[in-house]
Ligand binder design. Structure first.
Ligand code: TYD
Length: 130
């Protein structure tokens, strides 16, 4: 499976816009967890790991950041800067999140509960497993 950008529904309204995600309509997995990354100091990089089983949808709810994915052979860079785009990240993708803008907010919807055993934190081990 390749990473894909999902165009989420958006209701443009002069009172403010609204978007949403429905598990059954927009996700290929059941939602087990939602977490968010915020207050990232300028220049910091998050991630630096892959998941054996976890699939995720990443949304820039506020501000912007880049998600850099590597499947062991190819690198893909996605600049997320709209709250109605979701980046669907398959399992077994090495990933970094960088270039966070001031006050950016990354929401991540995951197919698993947190389990450190699902992480691969060594890039060589990741490449070998691939
Ligand atoms: P980690 O996934 O390594 O952060 P990054 O966003 O940089 O990839 O998570 C950092 C720590 O936060 C991890 O060691 C344990 C904790 N954590 C949880 O307890 N639950 C979670 O759902 C997540 C994502 C992290």
């Amino acid at each position: 499976m390749k990473p894909i950008i999902i165009n989420l529904p958006k209701y443009l309204d002069r009172r403010g816009n609204l978007s949403f995600i429905e598990e059954e309509n927009h996700l290929p997995f059941k939602i087990k967890r939602v977490y968010w990354i915020y207050d990232v100091p300028g220049g910091e990089v998050r991630g630096g790991h892959a998941f054996k089983e976890t699939e995720e949808l990443i949304v820039a709810l506020s501000g912007s950041f880049d998600v850099v994915l590597n499947d062991g052979e190819n690198e893909y860079r996605y600049s997320l800067n709209r709250s109605y785009y979701g980046l669907l990240v398959p399992k077994m993708m090495w990933r970094m999140i960088e270039n966070f803008s001031t006050n950016s907010l990354a929401m991540i919807i995951a197919s698993t509960v947190y389990d450190e055993n699902d992480y691969i934190r060594d890039f060589n081990e990741f490449k070998n497993l691939k």
